[in-house]
Design a protein around this ligand. Structure first.
Ligand SMILES: Nc1ncnc2c1ncn2[C@@H]1O[C@H](COP(=O)(O)OP(=O)(O)OP(=O)(O)O)[C@@H](O)[C@H]1O
Ligand SMILES: [Mg+2]
Length: 229
């Protein structure tokens, strides 16, 4: 479904991603793991169209999409959910779901509330007063409104209390059951191992490891070298 081949991405003159390749099959949850500053967000923004790789190729459903604009990619079914959530604090939960630009027949607010019943309970609340976990859920709910085939979830559990992390994990698994493929960036290896089918480890802008969740779990040396644990 997604095939990233040898991309190099820069911020102005600084070369950040070096020959990054990764792939994702339909229905998979694939982890993109790495420490602070490793290049996770840069990789996701390169796939989501917020950054344009200087060289390399990004194939989505067999079509070259490198360099396309975010709105064009959303239309094709790729949606990036940023780590800072970027929800509208002054609007209610329900209005945050309603203002999505691209509408799709498969998803409406009702279906989002069905998938995340906890959102329905707070639909009239101003988004600015939500807890971290509720904001994370709203950000994903809003992404669903555009009918994504591939979600790029950037550290969805960052800064959340352990109990809330569990809730967000359950929600991510529900997305998978709904047939959505997910590229999940995480620093938290423990949490991601409960979710992912396969993983890539990125360090200093380079992919250092790829393998199944089990292979990563069994490879302590790789974990110590490139992750926290
Ligand atoms: N706007 C920017 N301009 C210049 N350099 C940047 C910019 N954003 C990030 N960088 C640099 O690019 C590198 C990769 O950053 P990136 O945000 O992709 O890492 P990350 O893995 O997402 O880290 P984190 O876990 O902190 O979110 C870092 O060295 C960072 O300092
Ligand atoms: Mg990041």
């Amino acid at each position: 479904m997604l095939d990233v081949r040898g991309i190099h991405t820069y911020y102005d003159q600084s070369h950040i991603l070096f020959d990054v390749s990764l792939s994702l099959r339909r229905g998979e949850i694939v982890g993109l793991l790495g420490r602070n500053g490793a290049g996770k967000t840069t990789t996701m923004k390169s796939i989501g169209g917020m950054l344009r790789p200087k060289t390399g190729s990004i194939l989505f459903e067999g079509e070259e999409v490198a360099g396309r604009k975010p709105f064009q990619l959303v239309r094709r079914g790729i949606c990036y959910v940023p780590d800072d959530r970027r929800i509208f604090s002054d609007l209610t939960v329900d209005d945050n779901l309603g203002i999505v630009h691209r509408r799709t027949p498969e998803w409406d607010r009702g279906r989002v509330y069905e998938l995340f019943p906890a959102l329905r309970e707070i639909m009239g609340r101003r988004a600015g007063v939500l807890s971290g976990g509720e904001k994370a859920m709203l950000a994903v709910g809003r992404a669903l409104m555009s009918g994504p085939k591939l979600l790029l979830l950037d550290e969805p559990t960052e800064g959340l209390a352990p109990l809330i992390v569990k809730t967000v994990e359950e929600q991510i698994l529900r997305l998978k059951e709904a047939g959505i493929s997910i590229l999940l960036s995480e620093q938290n290896l423990k949490s991601s191992l409960r979710l992912i089918d396969r993983a890539y480890i990125i360090d200093n802008g380079r992919i250092r490891f790829q393998g199944t969740a089990k292979e990563l779990e069994d490879n302590e040396e790789i974990r110590r070298m490139h992750l926290m644990i």
